[in-house]
Design a protein. Structure first.
Length: 267
């Protein structure tokens, strides 16, 4: 990959910071709802690109995948009514694969589904300048680049459900054709060493699948891919949900933890 000259990310990726820019910075109290809406936009785009059924309700969005992709549920409101909870329960019950649910409000008890749960902080970065990354960061636009990003995310997040590897299953080409969605790669000495996905929707940005393979950690790839992907969103508020290991990196990049998000998983 290093043998082919690459323009900077800005030459390939539209400046997302000019899209639907809000008139005021993201209020910290809005973080949960903004993360909920952006996650829904991301998973709706993912489901559509994979050809999966996407169900929209007032209180949740669900993406119904198969045995490997499973079912993803994104809570959109803190006050699901009885009908919505019953439908959510039915969808989870008939899933042929794993079930993952994300509750940015930490207000809905899904314990009756028999899933384990944990909390991670929603973090917010206000609009502001972004430093240049220490290594090349490119938007993944070609098939081989998307496949490199897939492999990094599968290895970095230990997504054993996607083994054996099937090219294009996690990141179909159609994903980057969805409005507001970009996939980024950090490249060092000609090798892809970090990846992430960004989504801009309704004037806010967010990060997903920020990862490096185990063999490439502690080389600055995570920081580089974050900086390279933040650049097109520099004038927007950006949210993400952080793991324990990722939080120190995000704090060093200007993100602040503001509220816990509860995650549920059948795995």
């Amino acid at each position: 990959m290093a043998d082919t000259p690459r323009p900077t990310p800005d030459a390939h990726v539209e400046d997302r910071s000019r899209q639907d820019r809000p008139d005021h910075p993201l209020a910290l109290g809005d973080a949960a709802i903004r993360q909920a809406r952006n996650s829904a936009a991301f998973w709706a785009a993912t489901g559509k690109s994979r050809g999966h059924e996407v169900i929209h309700r007032r209180g949740f969005l669900a993406v119904l995948g198969g045995e490997r992709a499973g079912t993803r549920i994104l809570l959109q409101e803190p006050d699901l009514d009885a009908q919505e909870l019953a439908e959510l329960t039915e969808l989870a019950g008939r899933s042929t694969g794993p079930v993952d649910a994300e509750d940015p409000f930490s207000s809905t008890d899904l314990g009756h589904l028999g899933m384990r749960n944990w909390q991670m902080p929603i973090m917010v970065r206000p609009p502001g300048p972004v430093s240049a990354p220490a290594m090349e960061v490119i938007p993944a636009q070609r098939t081989q680049e998307l496949q490199a990003a897939e492999r990094i995310v599968i290895a970095g997040f230990e997504l054993t459900r996607f083994a054996p590897y099937r090219p294009g299953e996690l990141f179909p080409t159609a994903l980057i054709e969805q409005p507001g969605v970009d996939v980024f790669l950090a490249v060092l000495d000609g090798e892809a060493v970090g990846a992430c996905v960004t989504v801009v929707s309704d004037g806010f940005g967010s990060h997903y699948w920020v990862g490096t393979p185990p063999t490439q950690r502690s080389r600055g790839a995570g920081r580089a891919v974050m900086l390279g992907s933040l650049a097109p969103m520099a004038n927007l508020p950006v949210t993400l949900t952080a793991s324990r290991l990722g939080r120190p990196l995000y704090e060093s990049l200007g993100f602040t933890a503001v509220t816990p998000s509860t995650w549920w998983s059948s795995r």
